[in-house]
Design a protein around this ligand. Structure first.
Ligand code: PEP
Ligand code: MN
Length: 264
């Protein structure tokens, strides 16, 4: 795909201090939980509040999200804190509902990016939206498949685009939940310098005590932002309990992370 400067416009137009920070719980659980976390993240460097409401769980029988009800909670977050909000969409119905509820940014999860059919369905539903759309890498380390997903979204007239590097599944056990394969992220940056690239250290590590180090590596590699799962009571989270950090941990991390000065 040719490089398209316009893809960065949404990020540049926000005149953000580098890097972009997206934070909030893996899953919206209750209205109280969502608002509590959002209020703790208000007035920090967090740019977007995240919460998953349709959860793509690997096995059935686990918590699969609160569904459309959570869109109302995200609207409350906007009204009460002034933060922008984002959530995951995994089919055309999700897209329609999220856009109707004026969710500020959408992301597409790793289990959706693997399927060209679902990516086309999502792309058609997004046609022409001005909202930024972030596309996570597919679960497997396949750069062409990731790019193909991005191209489908771009071709349906979505110009505000970003990519999220959340690591890749491996059969062998490693210290990571999803192996970062940094080489592929670097190849992505070199080939497509105009597509903002955001790192998701939470899903790469699977462990909160590794999130800082992976975030620092990503910033050293000039990533454009971080998506960090944040929960007021991580041990008791309904999904991804071992990787979420508390709002205080996140605030401390944002102070301690070293951001490289832009070269140009
Ligand atoms: C998430 O962001 O909570 C999520 C389900 O992520 P991924 O698609 O990277 O597994
Ligand atoms: Mn998660």
């Amino acid at each position: 795909m040719e490089n398209k400067k316009e893809m960065r416009a949404w990020l540049d137009d926000m005149k953000l201090n580098h890097p972009l920070v997206i934070a909030g719980p893996c899953s919206a659980e209750t209205e109280e939980q969502v608002l509590k976390i959002a209020h703790e993240l208000k007035d920090t460097d967090v740019n977007y509040f995240r919460a998953g409401i349709w959860k793509p769980r690997t096995r059935p029988g686990m918590f699969e999200g609160v569904g459309a009800l959570g869109l109302k909670w995200l609207q409350k977050v906007k009204a009460e804190t002034g933060m922008k909000v984002c959530t995951e969409v995994a089919n055309a119905a999700h897209v329609k509902l999220a856009l109707e509820h004026d969710i500020d940014m959408l992301w597409i999860g790793a289990r959706s990016t693997v399927s060209p059919f679902i990516m086309q369905e999502i792309a058609d539903a997004l046609e022409g939206t001005e909202k930024p759309v972030l596309i996570k890498n597919p679960v497997n380390p396949d750069l062409a498949l990731w790019l193909g997903g991005i191209e489908r979204i771009y071709s349906s007239g979505v110009k505000n685009i970003g990519a999220i590097h959340r690591g890749f599944s491996t059969y062998e056990k490693t210290k990571f939940r999803n192996n970062p394969e940094w080489q592929m992220a670097i190849e992505f940056q070199n080939k497509f310098p105009d597509i903002p690239l955001i790192n998701d250290p939470s899903h790469i590590t699977g462990k909160r005590d590794m999130v800082f180090d992976i975030s620092q590596i990503a910033l050293d590699l000039n990533f454009d932002g971080l998506m960090i799962e944040t929960h007021h009571d991580p041990e008791n989270a309904w999904s991804d309990a071992s990787q979420q950090v508390t709002p205080n941990m996140l605030i401390q991390m944002m102070r301690d992370l070293k951001v490289k000065k832009e070269a140009d």
